[in-house]
Design a protein. Structure first.
Length: 245
């Protein structure tokens, strides 16, 4: 498949994702992304699981790139990196799962009637940010920067979102929305686990992350810790002192 990725995405998008242009894009993904997957990823996840994950991730990315392409353009190498990073994150999650106590593997898994793909959850977060006053194109750009690891630690997410043009407070909020922490599960993880979106976005902590991520509140130092509250109080005291002076 020698056709440029940009051409295939543009053809599919202009056609309204008609069957024939979509098939050509899918064939390109198969030849340029799925077939060359490393043996390490195939071994860690299983050959079928790794290939299917790669297809889903690549297709989701193509849908996003059709709407909001990066300034530098896209290529097969760019897409391959995005897929590899997400698969590496899946490998890390699988390693952690296998290290759990053996008895936890005997617990039955609950079955969900429908599990939306990750891209739909990210789109929902972007739309919620629009409701807080952030432009949709900006929200999607910052979400893509946050998700385009590695690493997927909060510090790495914060650095990428800052480079994409956000303030430090906004970047911290995006890290909590998409990565979360030991004290609080991210909004993205809660959606992926099947929790209703209305419940997730009604949570006061998530609402605050949304306000900060949209740029409406710059007094944000991280999660819901006592230290964060003390720092916020310190900022308020310092602001009042400066105004009095």
């Amino acid at each position: 498949m020698d056709v440029d990725l940009e051409v295939l995405i543009a053809d599919a998008e202009r056609s309204g994702w008609a069957p024939e242009p979509s098939r050509r894009l899918a064939d390109g993904i198969e030849a340029r992304i799925v077939v060359p997957l490393s043996s390490r990823l195939r071994t860690a996840l299983g050959p079928d699981e790794a290939a299917q994950l790669a297809r889903v991730i690549a297709w989701e990315r193509c849908l996003e790139l059709a709407v909001d392409p990066p300034e530098g353009g896209v290529s097969w190498g760019y897409l391959a990196n995005l897929v590899r990073w997400r698969l590496q994150d899946a490998v890390r999650a699988e390693v952690v799962r296998r290290r759990r106590h053996p008895l936890t593997h005997q617990l039955p898994d609950g079955e969900a009637a429908h599990r939306p793909v990750l891209g739909q959850h990210l789109d929902r977060i972007a739309l919620e940010l629009v409701g807080e006053g952030l432009a949709l194109v900006v929200g999607r750009r910052l979400i893509r920067a946050a998700a385009d690891g590695p690493p997927f630690y909060r510090a790495g997410i914060v650095a990428r979102v800052c480079r994409a043009g956000a303030t430090r407070s906004q970047a911290e909020a995006f890290a909590w929305l998409l990565r979360g922490g030991a004290s609080q599960t991210s909004a993205l993880a809660r959606l992926a686990l099947g929790e209703p979106a209305d419940s997730v976005f009604a949570d006061p902590a998530v609402r605050r992350w949304m306000r900060v991520a949209s740029g409406r509140d710059q007094r944000f130092f991280g999660g819901p810790s006592r230290l964060g509250h003390r720092r916020a109080a310190g900022v308020e005291w310092l602001t009042a002192t400066n105004r009095a002076a």
